[in-house]
Design a protein around this ligand. Structure first.
Ligand code: ZN
Length: 185
């Protein structure tokens, strides 16, 4: 899941060297031997929503992936945050792009570290304004699921599984909190 290694300087296109920079850094980085640019790499943010519908939010929106990885598996609408975008804007955009769903964003719901993949996944609760969807090209199918219909064995990502588990637990308790955690399994 890690990104491909950097091979060339993003400033001057010289082949980079992997070494610890001389400025007191302690990590190996891609350093340009020509212009000295140090290419820092940091985790990516994945943003998405648990969009609900029906009495007491009894149904949630899932999308069946039409892209790799995990083609054909079910996911909450989510994707990489873009530069210049807030996490809220990214979550709304991904939900519109993948499901064609109109939503009203509610609170932050889960923040899950996937350190081995170099990612942080952030999900917001969202109220669906309609139960009519128009899936984009990255989605085979978008539909609502009651808890007993959730395809637990066919979910695309652990963070989706964790977020759905918290959603239905909180719903039973009658109170939605904010959940943080680390995906290590
Ligand atoms: Zn360079």
């Amino acid at each position: 899941m890690f990104r491909s290694p950097i091979r060339f300087c993003r400033v001057c296109a010289t082949a980079v060297e992997y070494r610890v920079p001389d400025d007191g850094d302690t990590r190996v980085r891609a350093v340009c031997p020509s212009c000295g640019t140090i290419h820092y790499e940091n985790p990516l943010n994945v943003v998405g929503t648990v969009a609900y519908w029906g009495p007491q939010g009894g149904q949630v929106l899932l999308c069946r992936r039409n892209i790799e990885p995990r083609w054909g598996k079910w996911t909450l609408p989510a994707g990489f945050l873009e530069l210049g975008e807030t996490t809220e804007q990214g979550a709304v955009r991904e939900t519109q792009e993948e499901a064609g769903a109109e939503i009203a964003l509610e609170g932050l719901f889960t923040l899950l570290n996937v350190a081995r993949a170099g990612q942080v996944h952030i999900y917001y609760r969202a109220r669906l304004l309609s139960d009519r969807f128009a899936p984009g090209h990255e989605t085979l199918e978008a539909r609502l699921f009651h808890e007993h219909e959730i395809p637990w064995d066919d979910l695309a990502f652990r963070t989706v599984q964790e977020t759905l588990r918290h959603y239905f637990e909180d719903r039973r308790r009658g109170h939605f909190g904010v959940h943080t955690g680390d995906i290590t399994w």
